[in-house]
Design a protein around this ligand. Structure first.
Ligand code: GLA
Length: 729
């Protein structure tokens, strides 16, 4: 059992292997938050909520001036009844009132985890997860709200979501967050990630201040601008030490996360659907389910946080067959050819890639009808006979005859005005009637709130995937939403459009990833523009960034590793000078950076010298030897590129028999410091042999004394060490 109800003191104790979460039902039937942190063996009320009469505090009961929602630590706070902090939900009645008052009515504890209809969400069987449903109701409105908590006992992770149901009348949901929590402490640092296209996921760490911090997207995608992932940690927390709480949204569209510190030094954290320009009509008898938030806690710092999250995603979130499978090394033709290719050019690239050991050939954008620039043809998923006169199956067959797998690019959510599908169905576009289209990358967005459009997308992608042997799909999405409206939806449901777009998209992804379950799907949104758990649920790999410059990638991959396992990050070696930033870096460094994740290549091999090709062959051989450790081992971040001139990681295989260490120096420095790298996560008391030098070291020596790094007077340097346990030890 993991969830305990104590009738006497009206508490629910959610207890996992080393975490506890305590909720209390107050005497006025509100749901209060009591505790979240290290495991408590048994809760007896030691940190009881204190009630005090405070100025300006509104009272539910005139006789009791100490009880006010403005100061009560709560689980799902409401608007209009005296809590002036940010609320978790808001409704409007047909006669324009926004007052509601939910009170607790009962609970259920169930084994396992109910799925959330139409939404990506974590899963687990009855031995691994238990769910608590707290029922609340506003009897006057006939509004029922259920708070759902699922506790994954082994992984110290819980999930939260909320469902709304209207029993009596039409209600307008104007805000419907998935979770809220009031922690009675404000001594935290907040870590979030911001960025842009080609510059995703910069780490931002700051002390909380007495104000509201909003992390959000209104772009119709989770976006590279802000990520739906928050860390709240002890200000002294580092990789190895300190309380770390995380909040991550299993959703790929508009979101809002906020952290609010109130005058009594409590911290309110909230996460859910973006309330701006979003409303949901709840007619009598209808329900609405919010997406889920994943919440984790560890007292042991950021490394443990990442290990817990990675483990959780592998077991309970990413549902693809490929989640726990070794990933093939790929070559992608995009940066090698862009739109300028023909059959010969593709097959020459494939052949050369095969010679150096690549296992998967990916045909990127430009393979379909007249797609010679980004101005045209999105939506017409039929092969371009000009470029590929013998069809896709000819390329696929030839690639397979080289002993490689074949993959292909789509951007299924988009449409070009210059396309047959637009000419036939201009109403398929997301739009506001009578208003001009707003373009981005010359393209428009399909109205996925319309089931007919979803069917068209499913059918056209299905047709291609059935037409020949395709083992990999890159699913792209290269613009954000504008003109948020639908010719399909009724007037009263127009403000549901952005969320219905996501529901339509999830339906499409659900259908296609189930039907083509052997296909490895990699999601992409101009690189890492939809780097979220909604995508990871369907697609176990994400193209981390369009920026393939090794030095920029150090930061992008470093920050990404906070929340995603290495194996999920696509990382390619590209040409030099780099196409995004013009930097010249050694081929070795480019490969070493890409080897820290799921390795691929994206450059023309024909233009390389013999020596370079030889080096690539060696890199691929080496990666094949170490990739299980990289992709499924434990990652340790040793040096942080956001703070230092050096970056270092090491990965240790699950059985602790293998360890790979990566070291990168960005710029050559005068008076260079002596650098000693201290490896982490090795097994105590055994010997490891470095595979190149054959030197043998004790694990404690490598971890505590460390290894000295010779200074090299060059920029953009990398080094790699491969240690293996000395057998027979
Ligand atoms: C996006 C992707 C790239 C490439 C292009 C093709 O930008 O992120 O990797 O596929 O589209 O148009």
């Amino acid at each position: 059992m993991a969830i305990y109800y104590n009738e006497e003191n009206q508490t629910f104790h959610l207890q996992s292997v080393s975490m506890s979460y305590v909720i209390e039902i107050t005497k006025y039937k509100h749901i209060a938050h009591v505790y979240w942190g290290r495991k408590i063996q048994a809760y007896h009320g030691a940190n009881a909520i204190l009630y005090r009469d405070r100025g300006f505090a509104a009272n539910i009961d005139q006789e009791d001036r100490t009880y006010s929602l403005d100061t009560l630590p709560q689980e799902y706070p409401q608007y209009g009844i005296g809590d002036y902090r940010p609320c978790a939900y808001q409704i409007k009645t047909e006669n324009q009132h926004t007052y509601s008052h939910l009170r607790y009515t009962g609970y259920e504890i169930i084994k396992g985890k109910p799925s959330l209809t139409g939404l990506p969400a974590s899963f687990g069987d009855e031995e691994e997860v238990e769910t608590l449903l707290l029922h609340t109701k506003d009897k006057v409105l006939g509004l029922c709200v259920d708070l759902q908590y699922s506790l994954y006992t082994r992984t110290n992770i819980m999930t939260r979501s909320v469902s709304f149901h209207s029993e009596k009348q039409t209600l307008h949901l104007q805000k419907m967050l998935s979770m809220s929590i009031d922690i009675r402490n404000d001594k935290f640092d907040l870590i979030s990630m911001y960025g842009a296209h080609n510059n995703e996921r910069n780490l931002d760490r700051r002390r909380l201040t007495s104000a509201t911090t909003l992390i959000e997207s209104t772009r119709g995608a989770s976006s590279p601008q802000q990520n739906p992932f928050l860390i709240l940690c002890n200000p002294l927390a580092n990789e190895d030490y300190g309380d770390v709480y995380t909040f991550q949204f299993v959703y790929s569209g508009n979101f809002q996360a906020s952290v609010h510190v109130d005058p009594y030094r409590n911290t309110r954290v909230q996460m859910g659907l973006q309330p701006f320009d979003c409303e949901w009509l709840l007619k009598k008898g209808e329900s609405f389910q919010t997406p889920e938030v994943i919440m984790s806690y560890t007292p042991n710092g950021l490394t443990q946080m990442s290990h817990n999250l990675s483990q959780f995603y592998h077991i309970h979130l990413s549902r693809s067959k490929w989640t726990n499978k070794i990933r093939p090394i790929l070559i992608n033709n995009w940066e090698a050819t862009y739109f300028a290719f023909d059959e010969d050019r593709l097959l020459t690239l494939a052949k050369e890639a095969q010679e150096v050991g690549v296992e998967l050939f990916v045909l990127d954008d430009g393979w379909f009808k007249k797609r010679n620039t980004d101005c045209t043809s999105l939506g017409d998923w039929v092969v371009d006979k000009q470029k590929l006169p013998h069809g896709l199956s000819y390329i696929s067959k030839n690639v397979h005859s080289l002993g490689m797998m074949f993959g292909i690019w789509f951007e299924p959510e988009m449409i070009s005005v210059d396309s047959d599908v637009y000419r036939k169905h201009p109403e398929y576009v997301m739009q506001v009637e009578g208003r001009e289209h707003i373009f981005c990358r010359n393209q428009l967005v399909l109205d996925l709130s319309n089931p007919e459009v979803c069917d068209y997308v499913i059918e056209s992608i299905r047709k291609v995937l059935l037409s020949t042997e395709i083992e990999y799909v890159k699913w792209d999405m290269n613009r954000h939403l504008t003109n948020i409206g639908s010719l399909y939806l009724k007037e009263e449901r127009q403000r549901e459009c952005a969320h219905r777009y996501m529901l339509g998209l999830y339906h499409i992804m659900d259908t296609l990833t189930k039907e083509f379950k052997d296909v490895l799907f990699e999601s992409c949104s101009s690189g890492g523009g939809r780097f979220d758990l909604g995508m990871l649920y369907y697609m176990p790999q994400i193209w981390t960034s369009d920026n393939t410059d090794a030095i920029c990638r150090l930061k992008i991959q470093y920050a990404s590793s906070y929340m995603f396992p290495n194996v999920a990050l696509g990382a390619h070696v590209s040409t030099c000078p780099n196409h995004q930033v013009g930097r010249k870096t050694p081929l070795k460094t480019r490969a070493d950076v890409a080897m820290c994740a799921s390795l691929g290549y994206e450059l023309s091999l024909q233009t390389l010298s013999k020596d370079e090709k030889k080096l690539i062959k060696e890199q691929i051989e080496f990666y094949k030897e170490i990739r299980e450790t990289i992709q499924f081992g434990h990652l340790y971040r040793l040096h942080n590129p956001f703070e230092e001139n050096i970056t270092a990681f090491n990965m240790v295989s699950k059985d602790q028999k293998k360890c790979i260490v990566f070291y990168f120096k960005t710029l050559s420095e005068p008076a260079a410091p002596f650098v000693i790298l201290k490896i982490k996560g090795l097994k105590e008391g055994i010997l490891y042999q470095e595979q190149e030098t054959k030197n043998i070291y004790d694990s404690s020596e490598l971890m505590y004394a460390g290894i000295s790094i010779e200074n090299v007077k060059e920029d953009f340097i990398s080094r790699v060490w491969h240690f293996k346990k000395v057998e027979g030890e």
